[in-house]
Write a protein that binds this ligand. Structure first.
Ligand code: FAD
Length: 499
């Protein structure tokens, strides 16, 4: 039997998930990837016995990965294992207060009462509301294309959009949190969720208050072997489904004729296929691969999400006071976000995130008695700032802040160091301006302005990944592959009917 052929541009997490889904649908799938490895932002490296996940570090909604294995009929345990975490994140405030965000709601409510004087019941009702928003509105955004008439005519979807508009569209996440809690430290903690898609809590809509549901009601997880295990598991599953990968092979153009996609150009050769799926940043897809389309200009108008400055440090000591995920807050969160999004500048007192996977796998992720620190601050997307000078200056600032908070001279403990900035994020993963999550959610209408998972202009061309609907972050990227493959099923049915 001859299979229809599908070509996927990019082996990021959404590209891998798309490859699996289309292979299960019966397509002969080939993936072209410009790098020598799969995973895109979800990759890793090792240096002197320290292992580092290069990009994402927070893992929620493992059911998205389970669904792929179930679909492919493969036992997930043979490829991928994970554990749930008792503490989602440990928060260090500038006044010395320390809060453990327990994933058990009662324990978390007690912690907020004891450490912050917050009424624990407020947490319980916030998380219940968060669950409601997720189930009634969020899951609809995440499971459907917002750009198909068929979707918009469904009664539950219209109801969800109306509720989203009346209750959450005109309030920011900060407004929602300020109304829900009495203590500024609690508000700051829940404001942080806007950064999960690279946005500001003072601009992003209150809808983002659904994110804590995922982390606190559903759970926070650690994949055995680190985040790279997600890439490895999906890559192995794709191979099992006979997906063919071409690494070190950038696609240079998308071939289309009479509004229909025909294939791609790579290595100066034409490769033909019935459908093409771009997992490349949508801006670059138009700008580099579809030069005769002006769509890039429209996408360009949307604000990009924040980027990051990351120091990967091999630390010659262990810090019992730290957890897997740690946040050292700035004193003035509003000023920090104003600086990032209005001034496109770094803030002199940045909020610092530290991820340490050797906490979960000591002796494996780092040599015995040592720790692998992924130290990140949010920075603006690249608009030509001097990143070399920022890196030097902020290395000093971060070391001084952490040394003071932890009571040890951090500089003398760093025995391995690598750095990633917005320019290297763009060059390694082809993410326009080095943004981590595609476009930001700082506009009320961001969810609707994100590029759809298809285009009416070129039939057979689809889009997945962090720069398109439903947005950035691993769970959303995996959902984009599901939405795309559902659209392909519909399109194939329509095509069959027409013949
Ligand atoms: C530092 C950092 C921290 C993050 N933290 C988290 C987190 O904690 N939790 C979370 O859920 N998310 C996090 N994210 C976001 C998450 O990593 C991304 O949303 C997600 O990995 C993007 O996946 P993607 O499928 O869009 O593809 P990408 O990872 O963007 O990969 C796209 C792929 O396409 C390839 N490509 C591009 N152009 C071409 C071409 N012309 N031809 C062939 N191949 C091409 C690229 O090489 C790349 O491999 C983080 C991101 C970064 C960078």
């Amino acid at each position: 039997m001859s299979h229809k052929k599908a070509i996927i541009i990019g082996a990021g997490v959404a590209g891998l998930a798309s490859a699996i889904r289309l292979a299960v649908q019966g397509f002969a799938v080939e993936v072209y990837e410009k790098n020598s490895y799969p995973g895109g932002k979800l990759s890793h490296f090792e240096a002197n016995g320290f292992k580092f996940d290069a990009g994402p570090s927070l893992f929620t909604q493992p059911q998205n990965i389970e669904a792929l294995f179930a679909l492919a009929g493969e036992p997930i345990a043979d490829y991928f294992n994970y554990q749930s975490l008792p503490v989602s994140c440990k928060y260090f405030y500038s006044d010395g207060t320390v809060v453990n965000a327990y994933t058990n709601t009662n324990a978390f409510a007690n912690e907020l009462e004891n450490k912050l004087g917050e009424d624990g019941k407020k947490l319980t009702s916030y998380l219940k509301q968060s669950e409601k928003v997720y189930n009634n509105i969020g899951s609809i955004f995440l499971n459907h294309s917002l750009h198909k008439r068929k979707t918009l005519f469904k009664a539950p979807i219209r109801k969800a959009l109306a509720t989203a508009k009346s209750k959450y569209l005109f309030k920011t996440l900060h407004h929602i949190n300020e109304a829900a809690f009495t203590k500024t430290h609690t508000v700051q903690l829940f404001n942080r969720y806007a950064t999960y898609n690279g946005s500001s809590p003072y601009l992003a809509p209150g809808m983002l208050s659904l994110i804590p549901h995922l982390e606190h009601n559903e759970g926070t997880f650690y994949p055995k072997g680190g985040m790279i295990s997600i890439t490895n598991a999906l890559y192995q599953l794709a191979l099992k489904k006979n997906v063919v990968f071409h690494f070190n092979t950038p696609v240079t153009s998308i071939i289309h004729h009479e509004d229909k996609v025909r294939g791609v150009v790579a290595n100066n050769d034409n490769h033909y296929a019935e459908i093409v799926v771009s997992n490349m940043d949508a801006y670059f897809t138009y700008n580099h691969l579809l030069k005769d389309y002006r769509k890039a200009n429209k996408i360009l108008k949307q604000e990009r999400s924040s980027s990051a400055l990351i120091f990967y440090w091999g630390i010659n000591a262990s810090f019992p006071a730290l957890e897997l995920h740690n946040i050292f807050f700035t004193k003035d969160y509003k000023a920090e976000f104003d600086s990032l999004f209005k001034l496109k500048n770094l803030y002199y007192d940045p909020t610092i995130y530290i991820n340490i996977t050797s906490k979960c796998e000591p002796g494996f992720q780092a040599p015995e008695g040592k720790e692998n620190w992924f130290v990140m601050i949010n920075v603006p997307a690249n608009v030509g700032q001097n990143w070399q000078s920022f890196t030097q200056r902020y290395r000093e600032i971060i070391i001084a802040k952490l040394s003071a908070a932890l009571g040890k001279d951090i500089a003398s403990l760093i025995e391995v160091e690598e750095v990633l900035d917005p320019i290297t994020i763009e060059s390694k993963t082809a993410s326009y301006m080095g943004s981590l999550y595609g476009t930001s959610s700082n506009s009320k209408f961001a969810a609707f302005l994100r590029h759809p998972n298809f285009t009416n202009a070129i039939k057979g061309l689809y889009f997945v990944g962090g720069s398109v609907h439903p947005g950035g972050g691993i769970p959303l990227c995996l959902q984009s592959a599901k939405i795309m493959s559902d659209i392909v099923v519909d399109d194939m049915k329509k095509k069959k009917k027409a013949h």
